[in-house]
Design a protein around this ligand. Structure first.
Ligand SMILES: [Zn+2]
Length: 505
């Protein structure tokens, strides 16, 4: 029986974000992520099928007969870099637990791939360096979100890295299964050789959903390549653009029992992706234009027109409280429209004080970004919620969630879902809990980039990606990078990044 250590430390870092990343967010429940779990508490991931890799790993480990050594697992929603002290504390917990559990035959790490801490340090590379110092040449298999920005050194340090294949991410559990099966093969003596390459262009996040072209083409091809070369594993990382790091961007990697095979498969995959590069461009509408278009379309269509506030996506580290779309919808007299989620615990508390049916005059949202302003107005408090509720869509199905005090506030023809927790609008239950029935709306404005597609995609009559200012800049050509590696194209066939001459970095 193989003794296998299990640990996790997950953070997608937006280096342009203004949202802080205090330690508590890793210790308490934070949006999508459960609270920190240590030792035996990790086995709670076996109760139900969490859409998180550690859950799938543990379920499969039982079947494969691993003796699991549970270490520490934690994760937090995307935001700015973790402080040096915070990182040291969290990695310290994992390393201490690991040292006390030696010897292990292998290690499973549930990581993200785009963690940045301290003064622009790559989180995963450092985690792997330190883990390697302890476990020596024992196999270390890593699960990654497909938004990882993977450094070559990180790839070298891991025995194998296995990435998600879906965005919206609905295969977290399956990815854990894939990792367990691969680790088992390695422990049984299957030789493993890897090949790795970074792509020379960035993929804007609106091009990344794997449910449609162009990204679906890549992931279909990935399966073909994996089969035809009989690979042990193959991954396409789409990368996480809002990160000012040298290794930001997509990468591909393959594993086979022979180096030559891994490299040949990698070359084919790489060339295929390059042949589709021209499709990875960026098309957004300004918020006023988008609202006017949505109002027109809503008159002709059955089912909601979805306005996607891609840049104020808290799932990418934005505040989820900008009011550009709300203001424009009210100004253009939109009817039967809803906006969500707007993060504003103060207003949620005021609504709860006032009670359902009351009118309140408040400054809503717009409180996080410099130069932005709240929406001042009179709202009717339509429905309130405070406490647990169940997610219903494919990403959080069956999970118990709690966003603190929530409210549906209405101004003219627009309903606003206000939340006390910063959370991406990725599930219809977030609206329904305060009485907004998403499928009955004419216009729905969601603060999300792509995860909303899992649950809102099937009811949308039309989807419009909106460019409204927030902490995320969707078009990589407009992102003020300084540390990106030289020569990367900023989108498909886009302009090339060059560091300013004579500037210090
Ligand atoms: Zn992701």
């Amino acid at each position: 029986m193989y003794r296998v250590g299990v640990a996790g430390l997950i953070h997608e870092t937006n280096t342009f974000s203004l949202t802080p990343t205090p330690l508590e967010r890793f210790i308490e429940v934070d949006g999508f992520y459960p609270e920190m779990r240590s030792g035996e508490e990790i086995f709670r991931f076996k109760q139900g099928r969490y859409n998180i890799a550690v859950s799938g790993f543990l379920a499969t480990a039982d079947r494969l007969g691993f003796e699991i050594v549970p270490l520490v697992w934690c994760g937090a929603e995307p935001s700015k870099p973790i402080s040096q002290e915070g990182f040291e504390y969290l990695i310290g917990l994992i390393l201490d637990a690991l040292k006390q559990s030696l010897p292990v035959d292998g290690l499973f790490l549930d990581l993200h791939g785009a963690m940045v801490y301290g003064d622009f340090q790559d989180g995963e590379t450092e985690i792997l360096r330190r883990v390697r110092q302890i476990v020596g040449d024992r196999p270390v298999v890593v699960s990654l979100d497909l938004h990882g920005n993977i450094a070559p050194e990180s790839f070298e340090l891991a025995t194998a890295m296995v990435g998600y294949r879906t965005y919206p991410h609905v295969d977290g559990f399956e990815n854990g299964e894939r990792c367990a099966v691969l680790l088992h093969k390695i422990l049984e003596g299957t030789p493993i050789y890897g090949a790795f390459r970074q792509l020379p262009f960035l993929m804007p996040s609106t091009t990344q959903p794997t449910t449609k072209e162009p990204a679906s083409l890549l992931y279909d091809y990935l399966k073909q390549i994996e089969k035809s070369f009989d690979l042990l594993s193959a991954t396409i990382m789409e990368g996480f653009p809002p990160s000012d790091m040298p290794d930001t961007g997509p990468s591909v990697f393959t594993y086979a029992s022979e180096q030559r095979v891994a490299e040949q498969a990698l070359e084919q995959l790489y060339e295929f992706i390059l042949s589709k590069e021209h499709l990875f461009t960026c098309e957004l509408l300004g918020w006023d234009e988008a609202v006017q278009r949505a109002i027109q379309l809503a008159k002709q269509k059955q089912g909601p027109v979805i306005l996607v506030d891609v840049q104020d996506n808290p799932g990418g580290g934005s505040p989820s409280d900008t009011i550009w779309l709300l203001e424009s919808l009210v100004r253009h007299r939109a009817e039967n429209a809803a906006v969500g989620l707007i993060y504003d615990p103060e207003v949620a508390a005021l609504a709860h004080q006032a009670g359902e049916g009351a009118w309140i005059e408040v400054d809503l949202g717009g409180k996080s970004l410099e130069g932005h302003y709240p929406f001042h107005g009179q709202f009717r408090v339509v429905k309130l919620w405070d406490g647990d509720f169940y997610g219903t869509g494919p990403m959080v199905k069956g999970r118990l969630l709690n966003f603190g005090k929530m409210a549906q506030l209405r101004v003219d023809g627009v309903s606003v879902v206000v939340s006390s927790v910063r959370m991406q609008a990725l599930d219809r239950s977030f609206f329904r809990v305060v009485g907004v029935e998403p499928e009955k709306m004419s216009i729905l404005a969601v603060k999300s980039a792509n995860h909303y597609r899992a649950d809102f995609g099937p009811i949308a009559s039309e989807i419009i990606n909106v460019e409204a200012p927030s902490a995320i800049v969707e078009d990589p050509c407009k992102i003020p990078y300084t540390r990106l590696r030289e020569g990367v194209r900023l989108k498909g066939l886009g302009p090339v990044f060059r560091k300013a001459q004579g500037k210090e970095f």
